[in-house]
Write a protein of this length. Sequence first.
Length: 232
Amino acid sequence: MAGPIFALLAPKPGERILDLGCGDGTLTAEIEAAGADVLGVDTSEELLAVARMKGLSVNIVDAHALDYVKEFDAVFSNAALHWMQAPDLVIEGVARALRPGGRFIGEFGCHGNVAAIATALRAVVKARGGDPEQAVRWYFPTMEEYGALLSDHGFAVREMAVVPRSTPLKAEMEGWLRTFCRFFFDWFEEPERSDVLADVLELLKPSLCDTEGRWTVNHIRLRFSAERSPSE
């Protein structure tokens, strides 16, 4: 699924590239294999440990506080920017990290991404007397909103597209929820946690599970390529 965004990056031998939100380093390794000098950063020590086992150069870094200055020819981010809830700080740090003319290539959740799941989480929290506005920690902007943020920080947007992508799950929805919504379920102690999970699954089943029990996640991605001014 990362093929199109990797093609948009088109890493070249000798380039210095920052993989922002690199996770376990799967794409970091591909960038390195293309001949680039790549550094991966993430906030998960667990995932970075896996990346280090692959022999990759990675650091634990908060993307909201990047302190690199004109060090990279490109900053690349796949499926990570929607976890970063202060986008102004992130884009500001990316702009600072890039050399003049450097490019920022990314793909992440767009407005409407996993909408049914986000709605179910909010509904369950509200039903239990909590604040539904605190139930979701994702940042899913519209194309216009994110394009304006990039422009405000000195980027020229070269390409930007909304990419709907319905993704059939190979396993049960429960596993997806426990992995990608861990921030939500960690609020609850057992046995309430199991009850909350059951409530979420019950709300989701009519729209995301077919008559044969196969689950689907409805992703909507925002894919973009932007460039820093060559004169800065």
